[in-house]
Write a protein that binds this ligand. Structure first.
Ligand SMILES: NC(=O)c1ccc[n+]([C@@H]2O[C@H](COP(=O)([O-])OP(=O)(O)OC[C@H]3O[C@@H](n4cnc5c(N)ncnc54)[C@H](OP(=O)(O)O)[C@@H]3O)[C@@H](O)[C@H]2O)c1
Length: 238
């Protein structure tokens, strides 16, 4: 896979993990389309911002139509945008609170992948990169919808990879541990920086890895293989 010369769409590329990945792709000479609800203060070189609330079905359809019309040379789709509610299910939060989380973490990934696949299939080489989570390996108690949504992404990514085997499209699962971003502000310890994550991602990308385990997520995957009960205990209150 060429490291340069791609047109890359990154959902949630304005801040956090998405921004670190956007910077890495921009520095390697790729063109960026950054999708988010709010325009970031600044953008990487060669980046265009496209406003879209991915939880909104009509907005997603408009985004797909816009990309198909104006950016048909898209070759990399990075499904990164995500939300997390922490609390006691059906007590602190109810369905209406979880709906945007389900829509952003799951529906948007399925819709964008479906809608943009024809463009990717037309390229000589292309990739779909989905950001799952170590919490897809074992869930924590406080974020039932989030953890389940990430397990969905992990499973969806694997099936899609089977279906696209033999096509020019690589399908990659990025599995981060706890990362220091707005999403994790005020909680957790031992977080890695987004720069560190981007370093590990970039090495995996260059090495054509299908699953890119970042930091402690790799260790958790190993422990889970040896002792799922131990892995479960270590994540439950994490
Ligand atoms: N941080 C961690 O510890 C961690 C660990 C494992 C996996 N992850 C995953 O990594 C991804 C990025 O997380 P992060 O920590 O970088 O989060 P973050 O700092 O909270 O950033 C989230 C990004 O997603 C965008 N976004 C959220 N909802 C959106 C919507 N409805 N429509 C469009 N854009 C939306 C946000 O932009 P706007 O607000 O402008 O819309 C923002 O750019 C997520 O999928 C997350 O689940 C994070």
């Amino acid at each position: 896979m060429q490291e340069t010369g791609h047109k890359v769409l990154i959902t949630g590329g304005g801040r956090g993990i998405g921004r670190a990945l956007a910077d890495r792709f921009a520095a390697a000479g790729n063109q960026l389309l950054i999708v988010g609800r709010s325009q970031p203060d600044n953008l990487p070189d060669q980046a265009i911002f496209i406003a879209c609330d991915l939880a909104d079905q009509k907005a997603r359809q408009d985004l797909i139509a816009h990309i198909t019309k104006d950016h048909a040379d898209l070759s990399v789709l990075i499904n990164n945008a995500g939300l997390q509610h922490e609390g006691v299910f059906a007590t602190d939060w109810h369905y209406d609170d979880y709906a945007p989380e389900l829509a952003t973490n799951i529906n948007a990934v399925v819709a964008l992948t479906d809608g943009l696949l024809p463009l990717l299939k037309a390229r000589k080489e292309a990739a779909i990169v989905n950001i799952s989570s170590a919490l897809a390996i074992q869930p924590k108690q406080d974020a039932p919808i989030y953890c389940a949504s990430k397990a969905f992404i992990r499973s969806f990514t694997k099936s899609l990879r089977y279906q696209l085997a033999g096509s020019p499209i690589r399908v990659i699962d990025v599995v981060p541990p706890l990362v220091d971003t707005d999403m994790t502000r005020g909680r957790g310890t031992g977080k890695i920086t987004t720069d560190k994550l981007a370093d590990i991602f970039w090495r995996g990308w260059r090495a054509n890895k299908e699953n890119i385990y970042v930091g402690k997520a790799g260790l958790l995957q190993l422990i889970n293989r040896l002792s799922p009960a131990l892995a479960s205990r270590s994540v439950r209150h994490g």
